[in-house]
Design a protein around this ligand. Structure first.
Ligand code: ADP
Ligand code: MG
Length: 728
């Protein structure tokens, strides 16, 4: 019965390492080869057009049609030299993936032939039928029009034979149907608010840039084993499977030597990514077996988000070339580390970094403290919203488990910064002393002095300061980073605006600027103190303490989504012109609907596997046991039979009981789904799936996993954890 499983496991073991790609050039030479970046624009566009484009890209100047036509002509020439035949608008609908619809570069020449054509209008705008993308009811199907429009701040690139044009995606009535639109608006808001505050300290600052450096975690699994796990195939995670005797308890995978097949994959992936202008830097083994990480050098947030979306699809493609499947789900395997995507976030200006201490002088130290405190104010005020921004049916498996940040947003600052803020809060002395990196001498003369960062680390903190940036660690591996970045940049923008209003009010009353800033900071340090937490975020005491502090401690995913519709959230998004109430409501409908669908699919495949994989194989083994018992009865005396058959009889009855529990459980699961499906309100339906459907699967799984350890390995059809996690 299990021959298929044995075959795929055998094949997976036999697979030879694939050939390692070896480019002849150095990365600096092929970096951005397939990107229409500034250098390419300079080469392919007339000087005047190039200058106009720089103004569009760097200063957000509007793009006129004549310029777009000329840009399109240059782009077409470059792309055709690379053998490109098609183009597509590439956008990020609310599905956690990207969308594209390819059009060939051809038109009738009206002489019976064809010409290659690509005009400015195809570059700037397209009208993909939007009716099958989630819209949360903004756009009813009879008005199916949606528009995609070019985002010139993210460069066009080539994938295979196609010119890919990053775009926003909006409805006929102007509402955003994607992640990019509100992200660009949030980035504009934080730029404006932060630039205004920077003016207190340095009039040369005219622009503030939000940066993002993501760290992408993922699992690799042999493709044969993957294909033998219908649950992985349909849901991205294993819904059943007993833990492997050995998994991550020896800590022998983290940072270990990278397996050959994996290293060939990584190399191939990096070459592809570098050619697309993604500045890959770090790669290593992660905590769980078969888990890995990739991190590029940080970039401007909008570009970094696009690059993350691109790398996720690239990872999946390249993995298949190497006989792997890449798992981006936050929790593909129960009991081992899940995957996240740390979002390293910072602000910098046209003249330098903003979140870096120590500064050159008192004023830059004060600026540094201002930005730290106002970031904390934003995170404090919107801690529930920030949690909602990273919450999903899949990430819910990570949050709150002892492996990832808890389901409470708090911030870790480290000893030195904590002392600085405490000092400012409690003293009347207005000076700020921030010493630099201290030297640490090892008593080994041949090893140079180490520079110790002025922050220590806290792995349990969801929002930790790490020297020159905050690390938002709760983001899920599968998520579009834009969701977290919209909430964070908006929250910080709002805090900075409020800060400036209060400082200006004091200045207007005659207070000196420096004193006014310190005075507002002092208030804010007190106000946002509850968000600061340097202790163990995994402990139960923290949950109680956080609740006392008034932080959001809700754990249920569908209820956490409510935070988007809180008065404070709506007010912030509307005031900053990032999203309207209508858009927020529509997006929440989509979140609830997506949540429900994900659990619904899981429950369906879980029921199928229970009934048509697990029970038949278990019953066939039970029959074998029964035959053995019957045979023993015939040849043994009553006394001997009692002794010899006892364990088999016990197992026969255990199997019967567990099979019954599974059957009843699956029936109850189906019934619970039926009840939930009748609910028409999306929020209520998602809550029903969360409260009544999902927990049932956990209960049934327990019995399946127990049976896995009891029945003959031969009859088990699904690849086991010990096989999936250790084959490379
Ligand atoms: P970690 O030790 O946290 O795992 P990594 O080296 O894996 O660190 O990743 C750190 C990420 O943080 C990289 O993407 C890096 O480019 C990014 N980063 C570094 N400095 C900044 C900064 N000032 N702003 C934003 N991101 C940054
Ligand atoms: Mg990190």
């Amino acid at each position: 019965m299990s021959s298929f499983r044995f075959q795929v496991v055998g094949d997976a073991f036999k697979k030879q390492p694939v050939e390692v790609a070896t480019p002849k050039e150095r990365p600096s030479e092929y970096f951005g080869k397939y990107v229409f970046n500034k250098a390419k624009m300079y080469k392919y566009l007339p000087k005047k057009v190039y200058d106009k484009m720089m103004n569009v890209i760097d200063n957000g100047a509007p793009l006129d049609r004549a310029t777009a036509d000329q840009v399109a002509a240059g782009m077409k020439q470059w792309a055709m030299e690379l053998g490109v035949t098609h183009c597509t608008h590439w956008f990020q609908p609310l599905t956690d993936t990207t969308a594209e619809k390819h059009d060939a570069f051809v038109e009738h020449d009206w002489k019976g032939g064809m010409i290659e054509e690509f005009e400015g209008k195809s570059l700037v705008q397209q009208e993909p039928d939007a009716s099958s993308f989630p819209s949360g009811g903004i756009r009813s199907t009879f008005e199916a029009r949606g528009y995609s429009a070019w985002d010139p701040t993210s460069p066009v690139f080539v994938m295979g034979d196609t010119l890919m044009i990053p775009t926003v995606f909006i409805s006929y009535t102007g509402e955003a149907l994607d992640y990019k639109t509100p992200l660009l608006k949030a980035l504009r808001a934080v730029d404006k608010a932060a630039t205004d505050v920077c003016q207190y300290f340095d009039p040369k600052v005219t622009k503030v840039i939000s940066n993002l450096g993501w760290e992408q975690e993922y699992f690799l699994i042999d493709e044969g084993l993957y294909s033998a796990r219908p649950d992985l195939l349909l849901t991205g995670r294993t819904l059943m499977g007993h833990s492997s005797a050995k998994d991550q308890q020896m800590d022998d995978h983290y940072f270990a030597n990278i397996p050959m097949r994996v290293s060939a994959f990584m190399r191939d992936l990096e070459i592809n990514a570098l050619e697309l202008g993604i500045p890959c830097k770090t790669r290593h083994n992660e905590v769980a077996p078969n888990q890995f990480e990739l991190a590029p050098i940080f970039e401007e947030t909008n570009l970094a988000v696009d690059h993350n979306m691109l790398i996720m699809s690239l990872m999946k493609k390249v993995a298949r070339k190497h006989g792997f499947r890449c798992l981006l789900h936050e929790k593909p395997f129960d009991g081992v580390n899940g995957s996240g995507k740390h979002n390293n976030w910072s602000l910098s200006t046209n003249t330098g970094v903003l979140l870096h201490a120590p500064g050159k002088d008192d004023l830059s130290n004060l600026r540094f403290v201002t930005f730290i405190v106002e970031t904390l104010m934003g995170v404090y005020r919107h801690n529930g919203l920030l949690k909602a921004s990273i919450m999903s049916a899949t990430n819910a498996h990570r949050l709150g488990a002892n492996e990832a940040p808890p389901a409470i947003v708090s911030s870790f600052l480290g000893r030195q910064l904590t002392e600085v803020l405490d000092h400012l809060e409690n003293s009347t002395d207005d000076s700020i002393d921030i010493s630099g990196k201290a030297g640490l001498k090892l008593d080994i003369p041949s090893i140079p002095e180490l520079l110790i960062d002025n922050t220590d680390r806290n792995r349990t903190s969801p929002f930790a300061f790490t020297g020159n940036r905050f690390e938002f660690r709760a983001v899920g591996s599968e998520a579009n980073c834009a969701s977290a970045m919209i909430a964070l940049n908006a929250a910080v923008a709002e805090a900075l605006i409020s800060f400036k209003e209060r400082v200006d009010a004091l200045i207007a009353k005659g207070t000196d600027k420096h004193a006014a800033i310190i005075s507002v900071l002092r208030d804010d340090i007190k106000t946002c103190k509850p968000i600061r937490f340097d202790g163990n975020g995994y402990s139960d005491e923290w949950v109680e303490e956080a609740e006392r502090r008034g932080l959001d401690v809700e754990k249920s995913c569908p209820i956490i989504f409510d935070r988007y519709l809180d008065e404070a959230s709506v007010e912030m998004f509307e005031k900053l012109n990032i999203m309207t109430l209508k858009e927020l409501e529509a997006r929440n409908e989509i979140k609830w609907e997506t949540y429900t669908k994900k659990i619904q699919i899981e429950a369906r495949i879980f029921g199928d596997l229970s009934i048509n994989h697990i029970i038949p194989q278990v019953v066939s083994y039970q029959t074998k046991l029964a035959q053995n018992v019957a045979a023993l009865k015939m040849i043994l005396s009553e006394e001997e039979f009692k002794d010899t058959a006892a364990s088999n009889l016990k197992l026969i009855s255990e199997i019967s009981q567990r099979v019954k529990t599974i059957e009843d459980g699956v029936q109850a699961l189906v019934d619970a789904r039926k009840v939930a499906n009748k609910i028409t309100d999306e929020r209520e339906k998602a809550i029903a799936y969360h409260d009544n459907v999902e927990p049932m699967m956990e209960e049934i799984r327990y019995h399946i996993d127990k049976l896995e350890t009891k029945v003959d390995d031969e009859v088990w059809t699904l690849p086991k954890y010990r096989e999936m996690l250790f084959i490379r």
